[in-house]
Structures are given as C-alpha cells and as structure tokens.
Design a protein around this ligand. Structure first.
Ligand code: HEM
Length: 196
C-alpha cells in the first residue's frame, strides 16, 4: 500500500493548492491513462485528489502533480455570469466518472499577450462557448501549475466529473476542443480516466 506524505504547515495552508496522486490508494480507480500529445504518465492503479501540497516517498512508482485554482483570465462578465448560472459543483453523488487532463502549452503561447491569447482561446477556438454545451452534465475545475515551481511538468491540471451516461458527450467535447486553433499550442496532454 502506498504511503502518502502530506507536507502542508498547518499555519500556512493555501486553500487553492491541490494535489493529484497516482499510486495504489485512493477512491478513484484508474481505468485508462494515455498520452494524447507528448509523453504519458507512469501507469498506476488508483488516484487521490486532495487539497494541499502532497508528496510521495521517492521509492513510489507513482506520481504527484500540484496545481492551484485561481482567478479567471479570459472570460468576459456576461460569459462569467452564464458559467456561474450553469456550472455544477464537484462531488455530485451521481458523478461516478472523472477525467484528469494535465496540459502543457508551448513557448509560442506564453510569448503571446493576454489579448492575443483571449483572441485564440475564445474568438477563434470558442473554448468556453463549446464547453457551455456540456453544462450542467460535466463539472469542471481548472488548476494552474505554471507559477508554482519550475519543476511542475504541466501548466494546467484540468479535472472533470460526470455520470457514466454522459461519457459519450464528454468524448464529443474532447474531439471538438482538440480540433481548435488553441490546441495547436499544446505540447503535452495526458488523459487519465477514473471511476469511483
Ligand atoms: C466542460 C466544459 C468546459 C467549459 C465550460 C470550459 C470553460 C473554460 C473557461 C471559461 C476557461 C477560461 C478560464 C479563465 O478565464 O481563465 C477554460 C480554461 C481552460 N480549459 Fe476549459 N472548459 C471546458 C472543458 C475543457 C476540457 C474538456 C479541457 C481539456 C481537454 C479544457 C481545458 C482547459 C484549459 C487547459 C484551460 C486553461 C487555458 C489557458 O489559460 O490557457 N477545458 N475553460
């Protein structure tokens, strides 16, 4: 059984920080883990998603990824209001399926200005507009890793929860997003599908 070591000084908890731990323990069984762009992640049996900063002993064959929730960068006020009205919370009892998709964007993306990125994200790629078609079936949470440390392998950890009956819809959402201009700037993407 894997031992998870939690490092989080109790006096200094950042409530936005979260950890995903691939190992032999956790409520989520890993059904499939596959690389979409670039290298995948080592194969593991189970996934743990925790608040705080976790690390595993070096002997573990698993992995730990860290990310922090943050303010929005790209949404306009009307888009934000629509999202708030339609998006469901995580941990719904019927949402027995989840997918962790860690993503790294390339240097060309990060060299763009904020308004150039927004232009690609929404005006060209319609990321939010496409995503809204799948709410409230899919619950989502976005974590940022880029500014946490130089050693984080991804820029974003995206997490989605849904009931099994919505699996095919989730696949359609992925296909639509992956065909967009925005996805040309992605240099690493992994898909980790789990079930409770
Ligand atoms: C479930 C429907 C979805 C909705 C409603 C949605 C909506 C959004 C919104 C509004 C943002 C921008 C947040 C901000 O303003 O900073 C965002 C960012 C992001 N989403 Fe989605 N999304 C969805 C699905 C997905 C999926 C399936 C993926 C991955 C395959 C994904 C990956 C990302 C990434 C990586 C970002 C960060 C982009 C960046 O800051 O460069 N999203 N999403």
């Amino acid at each position: 059984m894997a031992t998870i070591l939690l490092i989080e000084p109790s006096m200094n908890i950042n409530p936005r920080l979260h950890s995903f731990i691939g190992s032999t323990t956790g409520p989520w069984e890993i059904i499939e883990s596959r690389p979409i762009i670039g290298a995948g992640l080592p194969a593991c049996e189970r996934l743990l998603y925790l608040p705080g900063h976790a690390s595993s002993p070096e002997s573990e064959s698993g992995w730990v990824l860290h990310g922090a929730t943050s303010n929005e960068r790209y949404v306009t006020r009307p888009e934000k209001e629509l999202l708030l009205a339609k998006q469901p919370a995580l941990n719904r009892p019927e949402a027995n399926c989840a997918v962790l998709i860690p993503i790294k964007k390339n240097a060309a993306w990060w060299a763009l200005t904020q308004d150039e990125r927004r232009q690609i994200f929404e005006e060209q790629s319609h990321h939010n507009q496409i995503g809204m078609d799948y709410l409230p079936a899919i619950a989502r949470r976005l974590h940022h890793c880029r500014d946490l440390s130089e050693s984080e392998p991804f820029d974003f950890l995206t997490w989605f929860e849904f009931a099994e009956e919505h699996s095919a819809e989730f696949d359609k959402l992925l296909a639509r997003l992956r065909a967009t201009e925005e996805w040309k700037y992605i240099e690493r993407e992994v898909e980790v599908r789990v079930r409770r």
